[in-house]
Design a protein around this ligand. Sequence first.
Ligand SMILES: Cc1cc2nc3c(=O)[nH]c(=O)nc-3n(C[C@H](O)[C@H](O)[C@H](O)COP(=O)(O)O)c2cc1C
Length: 132
Amino acid sequence: MKQLVYISTSRSEVPSLTEVESILSASRRNNARDGLTGLLIVGGRRFLQALEGPEAQLSAAYARIKRDPRHFALVELSRKPITKASFPDWAMGYEAGRGDLAELVYQLTSMIDEPSLQAQLRGFAQLHSKAA
Ligand SMILES: Cc1cc2nc3c(=O)[nH]c(=O)nc-3n(C[C@H](O)[C@H](O)[C@H](O)COP(=O)(O)O)c2cc1C
């Protein structure tokens, strides 16, 4: 099993609810089919996504995601083997940068027992909760 974390920038200035909903519905459908789980956080114009699962399915999903015109400038923050999924129950969990993003993400990531992933997600949320 592998885990991938990347950030990207939305093509539209702020992704609309419709856009995010369409991303999420395709993600949940495909990820459930492919045995992938993960979390998508939207902060301002940035996406941060953690995606995990069997290597072949993960690579195929990431190849599709990279080609998606709704975002650009993807930067891989980490890609590594894992023994246990951090988000086993979420075909794609989601949080938007409304309200206190940092607080929400803090709670959402409390079950993660991998310090570097937890720190990455929390750091991103903290940065964007100030900008919002
Ligand atoms: C920020 C972002 C995250 C995405 N995450 C996923 C994902 O986790 N799984 C997925 O299948 N597609 C994801 N997508 C959508 C894919 O780019 C692509 O549109 C979709 O997989 C096509 O699926 P379909 O052929 O079933 O319509 C994401 C797109 C964006 C912009």
